[in-house]
Design a binder for this molecule. Sequence first.
Ligand code: FAD
Length: 479
Amino acid sequence: MSADKAFLQTLAAIVGAEHVLAPDADPARYLDDWRGLFHGRAQAVVLPGSTAEVAEVVRLAAEHGVPIVPQGGNTGLVGGSVPDKTGRAIVLSITRMNRVRSVDPDGNTLVLEAGATLEQVHAAAEAVDRHFPLSLASERRCTVGGNIGSNAGGLAVLAYGNMRDLVLGLEVVLPDGRIWNGLRTLRKDNTGYDLKHLFIGAEGTLGIVTAAALKLFPRIRSRATALAGVPSPEAALALFRRARAAAGPSLTAAEILPRFGLELASRHSGAPDPLRAPHAWYVLLELSSPVGPGLSTVMQAVLADAVLAGEAAEYVTTTEPKEAARLWTLRESMSDSQKLAGASIKHDVSVPVSDVPAFIHEAGLAALATLPGCRPVPFGHLGDGNIHFNITQPDGADGKDFLARWDEMNAAVHAVVKRFNGSIAAEHGIGRLKRDLLPDVKDPVELDLMRSMKRLLDPAGIMNPGIVLPVPDRASRTT
Ligand code: FAD
């Protein structure tokens, strides 16, 4: 029997033959990334049902020197959840492990397995009259493990932080098959290095998260949502500042949208532009609170003052869930709707909040200098400085010719990000897509420490090789 066959048979003995899928069983689900940029190959897709099984699979893979790609919902946007083209790796899908282990409404904690979808987390929190704030458009498919692996951000970071801020403890299978039980639900624990943070945002390169203890919050009882038309990114920032001063932690979202993006989003989703006139820019604000009514009055006062100050031209506000959902649809359709205007080159970047307007102007100029006629569509999380600086092809241009300029456009936009001391990977991570850009933006000492940690925890380099950091000999770089 060949070594490969013996390996696959032992895998089947560990997890059950029905949980070892042939690599061609569902390539779109397990081998192609969400954006269609990467198409990998694998020996098999393995779906363990328990932490003990994950540990056995990892030990077996380590023994055979087989690379492992940890995978959740495979909704990641940087190619980190799919294998390379060599076909040597196994994909380890955590999705069968989705049980709630415990809920503590007094401590506001929820412990569950890493294959639970974000939607299941929301349901588990609501079942005990609590709120879990991470909010992504991929929530029906993305998993807790993937949210942790990518340190996901999303729409409520302004008030609650990103996934890193929502995790109290982790259970992790290490690259040698040991199980680290760090599933503590404590709010205070100063017993040395806080190792969970090594695994959060590690994109599956240091171990496989099998369970997590998450923070819960009081259930939201009232919301006020508004869309304001504003003349410029500077005015948008002034409106954000005003709203935060008035509402404090009740300001849970402040998103900026450009006119062109809003037009596309409205056409794509069917959600109407609710304002009377077109405006150069828009700000979507949300106030929410567990305390009860009163938010609408605050929102109205903020916006009325903003109009008097010339920061906003007009606005609509609502406390009606259906109307609010229509406003949010405009924001959430931003990315997908750009397909209506052809191909686009995307950048997930962040700069200090006070620099967002200057960044938007300068990055726009840099993009236009690189390719006259291209159409920047910068939108996103004004309140935390994370701008999705997407650029749509020139009207009528050939999409392929435009995408051939990807690296050049990246370099132009990232140079501006660097000038503002920003990040070229704000919430989606590095993955395979941005791996080779990392040495240009990371402090050399920091990069060296990252390599040392990888060597320490995964000396054989089997855990998601080629993601975040290049494999040392660069031999398996095939994408
Ligand atoms: P996967 O895509 O399967 O994996 C992501 C990374 O985590 C990979 O490197 C993988 O190896 C690693 N990983 C997966 N499971 C584990 C595990 N158990 N242990 C260790 N590592 C693991 N992201 C945002 O931050 N903000 C957004 O607003 C947002 N919106 C999105 C909207 C849409 C429509 C889509 C398609 C994606 C969006 N994303 C967003 C990206 C994506 O949904 C998130 O990164 C999500 O957290 C990925 O979860 P997943 O389960 O799909 O992980």
